[in-house]
Design a binder for this molecule. Structure first.
Ligand code: THU
Length: 128
């Protein structure tokens, strides 16, 4: 699966000298482009950024829009498919279109396909 391979490539860019837990995220776009994100840690641990948010920040920073997104795939070397943290779920809820296919994966080949509403029901949204 192309999306999984792309997420694995993204994982290679993880900067995780503290946790040694590498995470990769790949956002597939309608034009066939993949936007990669990796977790980037810092000696001031609280500043660390997850792979999911790295990918979404990169996407918007490069001028792509919500409407360009087809799918998002996240991978880590874990016993079960990696599950986004609460902060990333809030971010994903705002940036990903409704019903975007989100695949959670690990290196053993286990996958879980989900949606942003499944990951974060009753999400906080600002309507003003
Ligand atoms: N991490 C992610 O990048 N994404 C997740 O879905 C879970 C956790 C990162 C944050 C930190 O760099 C490391 O994994 C260990 O928590």
């Amino acid at each position: 699966m192309k999306q999984i391979e792309q997420a694995k490539l993204a994982m290679q860019n993880s900067y995780s000298p503290y946790s040694h837990f590498k995470v990769g995220a790949a956002i597939e776009l309608k034009d066939g482009t993949y936007i990669h994100g990796a977790n980037i840690e810092n000696a001031s641990f609280g500043l660390s950024i997850c792979a999911e948010r790295s990918a979404m920040v990169s996407l918007l920073s490069q001028g792509y829009k919500k409407e360009d997104i087809v799918s998002m795939t996240i991978i880590a070397d874990d016993s079960i498919p990696v599950s986004p943290c609460g902060a990333c779920r809030q971010f994903m809820h705002e940036i990903l279109p409704k019903d975007t296919k989100i695949t959670l994966a690990n290196l053993k080949g286990d996958t879980k396909v989900t949606t942003k509403d499944e990951l974060l029901p009753y999400a906080f949204v600002l309507d003003k």
